[in-house]
Design a protein around this ligand. Structure first.
Ligand code: GLY
Length: 353
């Protein structure tokens, strides 16, 4: 996988103009959803090359991250004259950058693309690191490939209009990056005020957070080893997310990750010696900013089954990434079923359910 250029923008207009100029291309295409088309495309209007771009607009919800939308994008590229030398700009959240990245990576065996993520979750996670794909057969990101964007442009000014829930959602992935990197970065993240956002400070934290991911991805682009560190909080988090969806009360991805982090740090405390005081600090932060996930002991089996079906497992063994301490990662850990159920008890007691 080629190295991906990630730019923390000072001026989106200038940075995008330069990024486009660095990639030889014949035609330029811009993929947006109905929201980014209305709110963000106008912000690119000063970029000369973008004025001549052909825009393709798709639906914004995650239900559109499917084969039909992908085929629509391929069709538009094909009928509007895209060639192997064309360039696609993906302007949107993680759903759009995942789908657009996959469309570009497969069209005529692959054309170059630039990601401009517009949500915090996409900036610090989805749009960086080369994972692309769509949902299929009821499974999230079931079809896709590793294919890095030529450039990822992070314009944190977009975050000023992001709602609080989506900010918190993205911030959970930043918290995860803090936990797998170093204590200084984690402390900065834990002392950041989520109610009264300091956007200059947030920009600095986003830059640091993305670097954590970039360094890991550069070492292990296809997740054979250390990239699994990025799965911290996600084994139980995905089970919470799926249970919430199945019971008709969907939650934002990052909320499920934040609750998953609490559970998996408890497992880390039990199995790999993660410090109790730090676990309590994370619980306090998560409880204050994300509230609690509500479930009862009758749902433990269902959660366990969901965890067994996670695509990160092999041979039906539930795979966890745990921590000995901040930045001290334990990959490919297992936990006994009884201890996982004890973890659910711990979560419910400590999160005040
Ligand atoms: N979202 C985790 C990863 O990119 O590997």
């Amino acid at each position: 996988m080629n190295k991906q250029e990630v730019i923390l923008c000072d001026s989106l207009t200038e940075n995008l103009g330069q990024a486009i100029a660095r990639i030889p291309h014949d035609r330029l295409f811009l993929l947006t959803d109905e929201h980014t088309h209305a709110l963000c495309t106008p912000l690119l209007s000063d970029v000369k090359a973008v004025k001549q771009a052909t825009e393709i607009v798709i639906g914004s919800e995650d239900v559109n991250k499917n084969l039909q939308t992908l085929a629509d994008v391929w069709m538009q590229l094909s009928t509007q004259g895209a060639s192997r030398k064309s360039l696609l700009i993906n302007l949107g959240g993680g759903m759009l950058t995942d789908l657009g990245g996959f469309a570009a990576s497969t069209f005529k065996r692959g054309i170059a693309f630039i990601n401009i993520p517009t949500t915090l979750l996409a900036m610090v996670d989805a749009a960086v690191g080369g994972k692309t794909g769509i949902n299929f057969n009821g499974l999230k990101n079931e079809i896709g490939c590793f294919s890095p964007a030529a450039s990822v442009l992070l314009e944190t000014e977009f975050l000023r209009t992001l709602d609080q829930a989506n900010l918190c959602s993205g911030y959970a992935e930043m918290l995860k990056h803090g936990l797998i990197s170093n204590k200084q970065h984690l402390d900065e993240l834990l002392s950041f005020g989520m109610e009264q956002i300091d956007y200059a400070q947030l920009k600095k934290l986003v830059g640091q957070s993305v670097k954590v991911k970039e360094e890991i991805v550069a070492t292990d682009p296809q997740e054979h080893g250390i990239r699994k560190a990025l799965n911290l909080g996600h084994t139980i988090g995905h089970a919470f997310e799926s249970l919430a969806l199945a019971t008709g009360h969907p939650v934002l991805h990052g909320y499920a990750v934040a609750w998953g982090l609490v559970c998996e740090l408890y497992l880390s405390y039990i199995y790999t010696g993660f410090p109790k005081e730090l676990l309590q600090q994370i619980i306090y932060f998560v409880k204050s900013n994300y509230g609690a996930f509500h479930f009862d002991c009758k749902q433990y089996e269902q959660l366990y089954e969901l965890m067994k079906h996670d695509k990160k497992n092999s041979n039906g063994i539930i795979n966890f990434t745990l921590l000995h301490g901040v930045g001290d990662i334990a990959l490919n850990c297992q936990a006994e079923k009884g201890v996982i159920f004890e973890t659910f008890d711990f979560f419910r007691e400590n999160m005040g359910i």
